[in-house]
Design a protein. Structure first.
Length: 351
């Protein structure tokens, strides 16, 4: 049994998720769950999902005269489900050929601290302008529960193994019951049932674009958490552990991880670097860092939340060059604080 699957066997209370077919918007109402520190699962964050054309597997209820719906078809047999419709493959804007070394900027530091002034709870921020090196940080090494940020770790390791010839993205993975049981209603959107199969490529898409947990847990087991941790250690991440069921991380580590992805480090080539960033551009939740920048700005990011964790880490193509920003907090779904830090950073670089 995989690491995350074992964690979910603990007794956990679930708050129902909200779904709305192939197009879902969750802004105020977020999926969450209770439980002890030993049993808390990664949070799932859903924003606006891509639309899809009705497929053969869809069985809509047809209204008949008198308003009584006809019965739906019985559950189908397990099948191979394609999730290619999730991925619009947006282009990745240009990045510097090399990233400038970090140089502390007092004005940027003051802007971040001002945005968080008077707020309760713990906040950690790391910002690094990749073009000119201007940087600032706040409580950068404080440890937090990663929530769905751990999927960024799985993402890099999957592409690293693909580029090393160790993982075939066309191979099929089976969504066994132990993975289906982790569902927070994203499988309804994906139309995946128990024992259905998806390719590794499609599991990566679902995990990244709609933060689906069953495919993420399956991928984590496939690539092996211990191997993820070896890759993270090689990149200098000191607090983050995928093989630890507490899933610890820090703002410094998450900023470093996304910087490594943007630079094509960790054993991935340029094609994989661009593929990962393109997927992260499509991550659906929009209430954090993205809400603090102009609507036409390009942002590649990953979010994560839980009752004691609200995080967002992003690569933003900004007014004075691309920059990395990571904002982590122990508050419950504290998206307004992340939005305000994001806005302060954008405005500072734009000034």
């Amino acid at each position: 049994m995989g690491l995350l699957s074992a964690r979910y066997n603990a007794k956990v209370h679930w708050r129902p998720a909200l779904t709305g077919g192939a197009l879902i918007t969750l802004v105020s109402a977020l999926i969450s769950c209770g439980g002890s520190a030993e049993s808390k699962p990664p949070g799932v964050l859903i924003g606006i999902l891509p639309t899809r054309s009705p497929g053969a597997s869809q069985s809509p209820v047809v209204a008949v005269e008198g308003g009584t719906p006809e019965p739906t078809a019985p559950p189908r047999s397990p099948t191979v489900v394609s999730l290619a419709w999730l991925d619009n493959s947006p282009a990745v804007p240009e990045l510097p050929s090399s990233f400038a070394a970090q140089s502390l900027d007092a004005g940027l530091q003051a802007a971040i601290e001002s945005a968080l002034a008077g707020r309760e709870g713990s906040y950690s921020v790391v910002v690094h302008n990749l073009a000119d090196g201007r940087a600032a940080s706040l409580n950068a090494d404080k440890s937090y529960y990663a929530a769905s940020l751990y999927k960024l770790e799985v993402l890099l390791e999957a592409f690293r193994q693909r580029d090393a010839g160790q993982l075939d993205f066309g191979s099929l993975l089976t969504l066994e019951k132990k993975y289906i049981d982790l569902d927070l209603k994203t499988l309804d959107v994906l139309e995946i049932l128990e024992n259905d199969q998806v390719t590794v490529q499609d599991a990566v898409r679902a995990m990244t674009i709609i933060s689906d947990t069953p495919t993420a847990a399956l991928l984590q087991d496939t690539v092996d958490p211990a191997r993820i941790d070896q890759t993270l250690a090689s990149l200098g991440l000191g607090s983050t552990e995928s093989a630890n069921h507490e899933l610890p991380t820090s703002a410094r580590d998450m900023a470093r991880l996304l910087t490594a992805i943007a630079a094509g480090e960790g054993g991935v080539g340029a094609e994989s670097r661009n593929a990962m960033l393109s997927l992260l551009e499509q991550e659906g939740y929009r209430a954090g860092i993205i809400a603090g920048v102009p609507s036409d700005a390009t942002v590649a990011h990953k979010t994560g939340s839980y009752s004691d964790a609200t995080h967002d880490v992003a690569l933003v193509w900004g007014p004075k060059g691309p920059y990395i920003i990571a904002v982590l907090t122990d508050r419950s779904y504290e998206w307004d604080a992340i939005r305000e830090v994001s806005r302060a950073v954008w405005d500072y670089f734009a000034a």
